[in-house]
Every structure is written in C-alpha cells, then in structure tokens.
Ligand binder design. Sequence first.
Ligand code: EPZ
Length: 418
Amino acid sequence: MGEFVVRGGRRLNGTLRVHGAKNAALPIMAASILASSPVTLEGIPKLRDVDVMIDVLTALGAQVRWENTSLIIDPTDIHEYVVPEEVMMKMRASIFVIGPLLSKLGHAVAMQPGGCSIGDRPIDIHIYGFSQLGAHITETDQGTRLDGPSLNPGTVHLSYPSVGATENLMMAAALIPGETRIRNAAMEPEIVDLAQFLEKMGARVRGAGTPDIRIVGQSELVGTRHTVIPDRIEAATFILAASATGGQILLENCIIEHLPGLSGRLRDLGVNLVEKDGDRVLVDAPRTFQTTPVSLHTGPYPGFATDMQAQFMAFLLGVPGVHVVSERVFENRLGHARELRRMGAQIIADQRVALIYGGRPLHGSTVKALDLRAGAALVIAGLTAQEETVITDREVIERGYEDLDGRLKALGADIDCR
Ligand code: EPZ
C-alpha cells in the first residue's frame, strides 16, 4: 500500500473545484440497470469505488465506457443477477445493484457485504424492505437470494433511515408499476439526486428529501442524461483543511446548504464562510482560535454528517478548549482518535464518544488510514503538525478522494505521495 507524506505549517490558499459526489454516483450508476436504453452520466468522479462499480455492472452484462468526462452505461444486455463475491467484498456499495436487478430480472443474489472498520454494516433493512414488496428471500451458499418474478407496490416502514436501504428500495420501486411508499426514509441530498435521475427515466417520485417518499413505478424506464450533485463531504474536507491551517480558499461547485451543522459551527469559531454566486463558497479562516468548547453528535441528514466527523475532529485539535464528539450512526467510527494520539493529540475515546483537548501542538508520526474519512482526517492533522507525517494505506483514502495530494499541493500544501 502507498503513503501520503505531509509536512505541516503551510496555510492553504487558492481556488478548488469540488468534484461530483461519490455517494450520488454509486447508486445512480446502479440505477442505470433499470433503463431499457443507454444512460450518459456527467460529473462522475474518477475514484477506485467508481472503478469497482464499473466492474460490477460489466460483470452483470452491461457495456460501460468513458467518453472524455462522460460515463456511458448501456444496460440492454444485462442478463446476470448474481453479484460476483470478489467485488461484493471489495465494496459494500455493490449492494445497490440488488434492487434494480430484482425489479428488472426478477432475481438477485449477493453475498452479505463484509463489515468494515467502522461497523458491521448489516443489510437487514434492505432485505426487510424487499420482502415487503413481495420478494422471497433465501440464504444460499452463494449468498442472499432474492426472488420476485412479480413484485407488488406497497408501503415500507424503515426501522432506521438507512441511506442505502432507501436508495435500494427507490430503485426497485421505480420499475414496479403502481405506488410504493417508503416511510422513515433517509433525507440526504444524494437521495434527492437519485430521485431526479429516476424521474428522468420515467418514474414519478414525490417526497425525496423528506421521511415520506412515494414512487410511482413504470413497466419500462428509458435511458437519460444526468449530472450528479457536488460531493458535499469532499467540500467539507477541504473547508476543514483550510480552516485548520488558517487559510483562505475559494471552492467552486459547492452547495453549502448540503452541509448542515458545519457552516454554523465554523462561523461561531470565527471562520468566515461567504457564499458567492454560482455555487462558489469563500473560506477565510483565522490563524488562531479563541478558547471555545465544541460539542457535536452525528446523525442522519440533516444532522451532522458522520462522513465529516473525523475531519472535524482533526480540525478541533487546533481549537483551544475541551470538545465532545459523539458518533451515533456507526458503532465503531472513532478509530482515527488512536491514530491522532500518535501525533500528540490529547483525545480520550471509546467506540462512541471522544473527549478532545484542543489547542495543543501536533508532531509528525507514521499513522494509518483506517477508512477513507479517517484517512482524510490524518491528512488535515498532518497539514497542521510540525515536521513530517506519513499516512499509510493511501489507497483507502483514494477510494473517495480523486488526486487529493495534487489538489492540496495546488493550494500550497507540502504533500507528496509514494
Ligand atoms: C451511506 O452508507 C454512505 N455510503 C456512507 O458513506 C455514509 O456514512 C452512510 O450512508 C451514512 O450517511 C454510500 O452512500 C455509498 P446507512 P450506508 O445504511 O447506506 C445501519 C463514505 O464515507 N444499517 O445509512 O451503508 C448501519 O450499520 C461512506 O463515503 C443497518 O443496521 O449507510 C449504520 O450503523 C461511509 N441495517 C447505519 O444503519 C441496514 O440494513 C447507517 O447506515 C442498513 C444500515
């Protein structure tokens, strides 16, 4: 595995264009399975996870190719409904093809995606939802088999507003004639983007972005063109890197409303966040922060996004005061606290809550990226640390960040990859 090498002490300065959202691209790529003709997607980021989804779609029989910045997916020859185990284990988001396969081919088989460093990540809510729409579920040695030659529209109450389960069920419902209702649905912006894509293909979706989504499915959906929304978590990562280094950057293609809980907290701490015309946001951070205790907990949208919790913790290390961070979405997503302590951070953490003593200097060390967001947090910490920080398992970070070192270098950071 490769490494990032970061030497701290530089303030970030310059302009950066935010890429398309990984977590919108992956479900929308899977939803292309539903179409009876080719789909053209714009703004798809060139990431390892996108490559894996291309492998999944190709293994199922789709023709997928890049044309400059456009990703063309032709699903007309999709005939396979067993998701190869090796790709399932590579990326949990492969589960997004189950809903479309079930609706389109009447069957789907997938290994339970393995857990990862942040939690077990079961798919029971997905499976429950499909059973409510008439699918028969059997466990086989190939994995979980779903059969539903004739699925019925219906109402599904989710026990938890799972992003993936909401998306999987929306996709299945789009090709089931009649109205399906998803209650206690997730409300993330990526859900709304998927809904817009499904509508362009011919489904009718009402209530995306609220807990109550109604999908009127069709017997056939047609290929379309779509540009995915900007990546709010990538934007948050760069906003926090600029804030941690006392920098000033202009982000293009950034929708600040997609980051509830971030802009208010940063403004309270003295970071100037100014929205400009055309989805541009100026971030102008002070070089030092006043002593201010900060407490936050993560939650489903519009709560503070779990995907920016680690990066925010790295930023808090530069804010004098005692801070509390509570991770309430995943059961084990504070592992980066241990890695940050190796850089001199004073953090006490169990699996759910961290106590952070901010305002103390960090020193370089060799640390490990446990997941893509924890890895991004270590890069942010490295940008503020004295001396050199080596972050191993670089590829884990590159699952969700395209050319992170090149883009940070363009903002003045001293970072190399090897
Ligand atoms: C999506 O994962 C994102 N991934 C995650 O981003 C993000 O952290 C998460 O939503 C929460 O916002 C993609 O969109 C590709 P969930 P997902 O289902 O769909 C439990 C990143 O960093 N749960 O909302 O898997 C689950 O264990 C990634 O880009 C069940 O118990 O998230 C977790 O504790 C990491 N049973 C909680 O719900 C289920 O059937 C939230 O999971 C499904 C989920």
